[in-house]
Design a protein around this ligand. Structure first.
Ligand SMILES: Cc1ncc(COP(=O)(O)O)c(C=O)c1O
Length: 340
């Protein structure tokens, strides 16, 4: 089966982890610090705090904002990873779901109508696509989530450079993913300092709204650093692959969801009549197609959102692997012709 995701490792990855273990210091240390500097540079942010996951980064971002002012209602996209909903709920905050448009970005008018009632908003660049609304002015703090689109850019600025706080994930399947990990990025020193305090329970003050052990280990940081070395090359390889997919799709019945060359081509998403049937068909051809999200969040909260419901019924995510072999490409071409 061609997997839906496959991180690329090599001997350098092995050596990077071995070096950490050989030094005998596997908890947070110099590699995590180097990763913080590197990711801050890549996103154009002044400060980066490495943490144990993207979910923790979201949660700590919200707790850090709560020190400034009460945060009671947070807007999150309805057609997004469940981690967002869990992070918001973990902070005791009400999630306000925002519907998506046909192209899987936020529905602009609906998001703008909700904005005045929100205390913060999480804007996600979904599936390697770009959420242009990060460049707009919002009446509340913006948390920009680049977990799936890290390495992309908008208006010549790197993604992650727009939010008041930005978060990244180094989970294995993500474009910058090693194994586990995340990062919170900001130009605000006070936010950065709060997060650094909250991520280490042994020294965190009890006046903070939360503290826990959320530091990133140097083993995980070494894997993420290793992935960063090849991230741009992998993005280029995925870009070439999706151009090939576009060509295969021209004579067929399905439509690709719009994409931009400045996105990072993390997923290739098509709209079909019956997503479930098409995914099963791909599986029978040895291709690990999947739904872009396991469940749309409105199905969990009981909200009724037409855009998200339609995306769930019709969208299929097809693997875009940076290291796809010639044999796998042939299999994909046949899969496209038979399943779409
Ligand atoms: C858009 C988005 N944000 C945040 C997360 C959470 O990241 P992590 O898996 O590192 O906790 C995910 C993970 O799936 C995600 O897709």
């Amino acid at each position: 089966m061609i997997p839906h995701s496959r991180p690329v490792f090599d001997d350098g990855s092995l050596r990077a982890v071995q070096q950490v273990i050989a030094r005998g210091h596997t908890a947070r240390g110099p590699v995590s610090e180097t990763l913080e500097t590197r990711v801050s540079q890549l996103t154009g942010k002044t400060y980066g705090a490495a943490v144990d996951s993207g979910t923790s980064a979201l949660m700590l971002a919200l707790f850090a904002l709560q020190v400034d002012a009460p945060v009671q209602r947070v807007g999150i996209p309805a057609y997004a990873c469940r981690a967002l909903l869990h992070a918001v709920r973990a902070c005791g905050v009400e999630p306000v779901l925002m519907d998506c448009a046909e192209d899987l970005r936020l529905h602009v008018a609906r998001a703008q109508a909700l904005a005045p009632s929100l205390d913060a908003i999480i804007l996600v660049h979904p599936f390697g696509l770009i959420e242009p609304m990060v460049a707009e002015a919002w009446p509340c703090p913006v948390i920009e989530d680049i977990a799936q689109a890290a390495g992309g850019s908008l208006q010549n600025c790197p993604l992650g450079g727009f939010g008041d706080i930005s978060i990244a994930s180094f989970y294995a399947t993500k474009p910058w993913g090693g194994a586990y990990g995340g990062m919170l990025l900001s130009n605000r020193r006070d936010i950065f300092q709060r997060v650094c305090e909250m991520r280490y329970a042994d020294t965190a003050g009890i006046a903070l709204p939360y503290a826990g052990n959320h530091q990133l280990s140097d083993v995980h940081a070494a894997l993420a650093m290793d992935r960063l070395v090849r991230a741009d090359e992998e993005r280029q390889a995925r870009l070439q692959l999706v151009e090939q997919y576009d060509e295969w799709l021209v004579p067929l019945d399905s439509e690709p969801v719009r994409r931009e060359t400045t996105g990072n081509q993390y997923r290739y998403i098509v709209r079909v009549e019956d997503a479930e049937k098409v995914i099963a068909n791909f599986h029978s051809h040895g291709i690990g197609a999947a739904r872009p999200v396991e469940t749309s969040l409105d199905a969990l909260t009981g909200d009724v959102l037409s855009g998200a419901a339609s995306a769930w019924r019709h969208c299929v995510s097809i693997p875009v692997l940076a290291d796809m072999t010639a044999g796998e490409r042939t299999k994909m071409e046949k899969g496209f012709k038979s399943c779409l």
